[in-house]
Design a protein around this ligand. Structure first.
Ligand code: ADP
Ligand code: MG
Ligand code: MG
Length: 517
């Protein structure tokens, strides 16, 4: 079975003429702005004048048609999410395990070393908040092995897992087009009536996770109103994605939400003086006497070195971590999302069999087998283990390297080295630092076609799809209880098959939704 045989080999439908093309593009452009499927404009689009009044929004790049996605793969990815949530909640609570991995990568990676320092400082004086919230996203591509199609995990995100807001809207856009526009196409065929477009509650699901943490925090013992703080980057373009979660929290759950640039944490927040619970207080810039107590701090910033240009940025992160607010994520939960963790979970013992780390965190054999099915081959790059030595050979071989991607411990897209760029990069850094990378087999999904609307222009051609499944999980480090564990909707991102990276925010990919086949 191939994807082409699943779709009948005629996807997407050929557009008959320019009028048809323009009509569909116009429907998408208008619906997107009317429904917030939008981003702030990139400098190249807005022109030399910029947007001094902050009033411009442009369409998020999106596919004209939902991409076909194998139903069994979609169902498997959704069904395994709560097991992934539990797994990462457990890893985050095992500081000794994480410390070992941090030590393996920190020599070549100051960022990870600095994060670990923040944890150690807070551990030294004692954590006051035992609740931990994860808004996760597990990313997959479909791997084709002979006739069989199987999801393989690209990575597991534990910080700033984005696009839950826009993704729910993209599903609605394609549902709208299926009702209105696709049936009018000359080549409509099965695409007019036969599409199976699954519901997608990603925005509501992520907001529900934040709301549950807010409730678990309880009322302020200092008599302040409580709130959720969104820590954001300066100049963030993906604001409407974040806003949709805010609106859910405010309108559906009645929770006050404030956006706070990461660069202003120390200016706008403080720890309640001489209070053992170390409440995190936020004062409104417009009237500093109005003070809110942050129940939850949701980080949409702080995931990469760029957010820490000065030592004071690390003090800001330390202030969040030592406070009584529930951090989403805590430093340990962020570190659980290291690619190194994913590698250790996936690398079998030299004798074969289930990786020790996976067995350590997932005692249930059924659950471990389910997770294992979603792993692809990932190698360490140290020079002490047989797996690491084998990886170093492959990574430096001009032929063997073509099957791999090499990843540092970074998030946000644009950090990886692909195929023949691997040996070139390794040659440029000290061998002692190679261990801070992992080497991963490239997943090659079945070929598909689609049409992308980006900056008002249509691009047609071969595409590669990446499915993300959101998970929300709230746990208590002290009692080990998991208080909330949900699968929370999905994301489909699509990129041209010539592009190696697929991040929408990074400018490589576009929003899409699944048409189950
Ligand atoms: P980041 O945390 O920066 O998003 P990822 O591991 O998701 O890092 O890698 C970025 C992109 O690189 C992915 O979205 C995907 O397009 C591509 N990629 C990563 N790993 C693989 C892989 N094993 N096979 C194919 N493509 C991959
Ligand atoms: Mg990531
Ligand atoms: Mg990614």
């Amino acid at each position: 079975m191939t994807m082409a045989s699943i779709t009948g080999g005629s996807y997407p439908p050929a557009l008959a003429n320019d009028q048809e093309r323009e009509r569909l593009a116009l429907a998408i452009k208008d619906w997107s702005i009317a429904n917030g499927l939008a981003v702030r404009p990139p400098p190249a689009v807005v022109g030399p004048q910029g947007d001094p009044r902050g009033i411009f929004a442009v369409n998020a790049p999106v596919t004209l048609f939902p991409s076909p996605f194998p139903r069994s793969c979609f169902q498997e990815a959704k069904a395994i999410q709560t097991a992934y949530n539990e797994l990462y909640a457990s890893i985050s609570q095992d500081a000794d395990f994480l410390e070992g991995l941090v030590q393996e990568v920190a020599g070549g990676d100051d960022f990870i070393a600095n994060l670990w320092d923040v944890h150690l400082r807070v551990k030294g004086e004692g954590y006051v908040q035992s609740l931990d919230l994860g808004l996760f996203r597990s990313d997959y591509m479909v791997h084709q092995d002979g006739e069989a199609l199987q999801i393989k995990q690209v990575e597991f995100n534990t910080i700033a897992s984005s696009f839950g807001g826009l993704s729910a809207q993209t599903s609605k856009l394609h549902q709208y087009l299926a009702q209105t526009e696709y049936p009018l196409l000359q080549a409509a065929g099965p695409h007019a009536s036969g599409l199976d477009l699954p519901a997608n509650h990603s925005a509501k699901g992520l907001a529900a996770g934040l709301a549950d943490a807010f409730t678990a925090y309880g009322p302020s013992t200092l008599g302040h109103p409580t709130c959720v703080l969104f820590l954001v980057q300066d100049g963030e373009r993906n604001v409407f994605d974040q806003r949709r979660l805010e609106y859910e929290l405010q309108s559906t759950h009645g929770i006050p939400v404030f956006r706070l640039p990461f660069s202003e944490v120390l200016a706008r927040t403080s720890i309640a003086p001489s209070s053992p619970a170390r409440q995190l207080l936020y004062s409104l810039p417009s009237s500093p006497a109005r003070v809110f107590e942050a129940a939850v701090v949701y980080l949409r910033a702080g995931y990469g070195p760029g957010d820490y240009p000065t030592p004071s940025a690390w003090e800001a992160r330390h202030q969040i971590e030592r406070s009584g607010a529930i951090a989403c994520p805590s430093v340990l939960t962020q570190l659980a999302g290291m690619k190194k963790v994913q590698q250790v979970l996936a690398t079998p013992e030299p004798s074969g069999g289930v990786p020790t780390a996976l067995r350590r965190f997932v005692p249930s054999e059924t659950k471990a087998a389910g997770l294992l099915r979603t792993f692809t081959n990932i190698f360490p790059m140290d020079d002490t283990t047989p797996a690491g030595q084998a990886a170093r050979k492959m990574a430096t071989d001009p032929e063997a390297c073509k099957k791999y991607v090499m990843k540092p411990q970074r998030e946000g897209g644009g950090n990886n080295f692909y195929r023949t760029a691997i040996p070139a990069h390794l040659a440029s850094i000290p061998e002692a630092h190679w261990g801070s990378f992992i080497l991963m087999e490239l997943i090659t999904p079945p070929p598909l076609e689609n049409i992308i609307l980006r900056n008002g222009a249509l691009e047609q051609g071969g595409v590669i799809c990446e499915l993300g499944v959101y998970g929300t999980c709230l746990w208590d480090r002290k009692t080990k209880a998991v208080l909330h564990n949900e699968e929370s909707g999905y994301l489909l991102r699509t990129k041209g098959d010539q592009s190696e990276e697929g991040g929408v925010a990074a400018g490589y990919g576009c929003m899409d939704s699944c048409s189950l086949v």
